[in-house]
Design a protein around this ligand. Structure first.
Ligand code: ZN
Ligand code: ZN
Length: 446
């Protein structure tokens, strides 16, 4: 049989080329087009043109350093920090892009005053997610700029609104891919805010109707968030390790919990990167027998260290043939176009393949279609998954604390962010990059 088409360097280079082209096109049409509006999360569909014409937020308020000057004098910065700690409107120091596809650089962005039910968070760390790159490079459609991405952030509460009762100043908290939703639709009432029929408010690049602003993410010194979209970070998990749990962690936990994975299950994980390495750890902690599917011998050895009981080299036809019909659940965390049919072949009858990532080619035109006979003849299920609700995310954090599950991370400084993004796209980060917010200063890639 044919080995699974796991992404090659050529595919990545081609994706990058198309991304640059898309970014260029987005740039050209910036002047007359309005911004698109979608949440930017793992498993997110690409943006549709924003039907709400007339909104003048294509260019967001932000400041960049001019003529080599710092963004703030020491006194100005102290005043901004004081305002943040008093819950007043302030400027945050951030890392973002001026235009889609442009390199990351340092900028100052406004944060609103805390409303009665908002909390202000003094951020410490923010994870680097593939979605950040897809969004900032224009691979998922146009967005208002300048854009600050980042939706895996952890910090401490530094101010609370007048009606906030469940959070205390000084508590360690996190924010993931959503900062709001309608709260009254059926999915919201079922704690599935990520499927809000009015669209959840994405942590960055999304129009936030109640606050009349377009959201800016967590590569920043502070953020202001409604109290019901904040997560409690268990003390057993360090802040840098907790950050990637808020997108990568929940994205992998939700399908495993939804499918009630446990002892007796044979779980395969395809794509051992930022997402996949979490799936290996989580499924093993749930008691399943875990097999990593990977293209390279180096990743194969590492997968065992992460907790995989077995490894199948997808480039080896013999191993793939031997693994046929073996798995009850296969988590597909491959972030480039690939053939899902080859993965379905590995399932036992009634098995499920869960798609968790969206490649840059988000319209799926480069993905071979699934042959219906493959599904029908052995009663297989092909499913998708998209982060998780706030309640499930909190449950995931407690599970990770109880079972000692944390991501493997590389701490990245602001000055190394552009390189870190390139390394993430090339699959070279082991396994999740985490921006140290304390490293933000005025010398990003100068
Ligand atoms: Zn993400
Ligand atoms: Zn809703």
């Amino acid at each position: 049989m044919t080995p699974a088409k796991i992404p090659s360097v050529t595919v990545l280079a081609e994706a990058r080329r198309r991304a640059e082209q898309a970014a260029q096109e987005a740039k050209t049409s910036n002047a007359e087009k309005q911004a698109d509006d979608t949440t930017a999360t793992e498993g997110e569909a690409p943006g549709q043109p924003d039907p709400r014409v007339g909104r003048k937020d294509k260019v967001l308020p932000a400041r960049f350093p001019q003529d080599g000057e710092d963004l703030f004098t020491a006194e100005e910065w102290e005043a901004q920090r004081l305002a943040a700690f008093q819950g007043k409107a302030h400027e945050a120091l951030a890392v973002g892009v001026r235009e889609l596809g442009a390199p990351l650089e340092e900028l100052a962005i406004p944060r609103r005053a805390a409303g009665p039910r908002d909390i202000v968070i003094d951020l410490e760390y923010c994870g680097l997610c593939h979605s950040d790159v897809h969004t900032a490079r224009g691979e998922w459609g146009s967005r208002a700029v300048p854009l600050v991405t980042g939706h895996e952030m952890v910090g401490r509460v530094c101010a609370v609104g007048s009606e906030v009762q469940s959070w205390q100043v000084g508590e360690r908290v996190g924010v993931g891919c959503m900062v709001g939703s309608c709260r009254v639709c059926e999915p919201c009432k079922r704690q599935d805010e990520q499927f809000c029929i009015h669209n959840a408010v994405g942590t960055y690049g999304t129009w936030d109707e109640p606050h009349s602003e377009r959201t800016q993410g967590g590569y920043a010194t502070s953020i202001v968030v409604p109290e019901d979209f904040v997560l409690r970070i268990p003390e057993k998990i360090g802040p840098a390790h907790a950050a990637p749990l808020l997108c990568a962690g929940i994205t992998m936990y939700a399908p495993l919990e939804d499918l009630r994975v446990g002892p007796g299950d044979k779980v395969a994980v395809a794509g051992i990167g930022g997402l996949g390495h979490m799936a290996v750890k989580l499924a093993a902690a749930m008691g399943a027998e875990v097999t990593a599917l990977t293209r390279t011998q180096a990743k194969a050895e590492d997968a065992r260290r992460l907790g995989a009981h077995d490894v199948v080299l997808t480039t080896d036809e013999g191993s793939m043939a031997a693994a046929r019909g073996r798995f009850t659940v296969l988590v597909d965390a491959i972030s480039a176009p690939h053939d899902v049919n080859a993965l379905l072949d590995l399932l036992a009858p009634r098995g499920t393949v869960v798609l968790a990532g969206l490649p840059a080619d988000a319209d799926g035109s480069e993905m071979p279609l699934v042959d219906p006979r493959t599904l029908v003849n052995r009663g297989l299920r092909l499913a998708g998954t998209k982060i998780g609700g706030i309640e499930q995310t909190q449950r995931m954090l407690e599970f990770c604390a109880d079972h000692g599950v944390v991501p493997d991370i590389e701490i990245v400084t602001a000055a190394d962010m552009n390189e870190a993004w390139d390394r993430m796209v090339a699959g070279e980060l082991h396994y999740r990059g985490v921006l140290d917010i304390g490293s933000l200063d005025s010398h990003l890639n100068a």
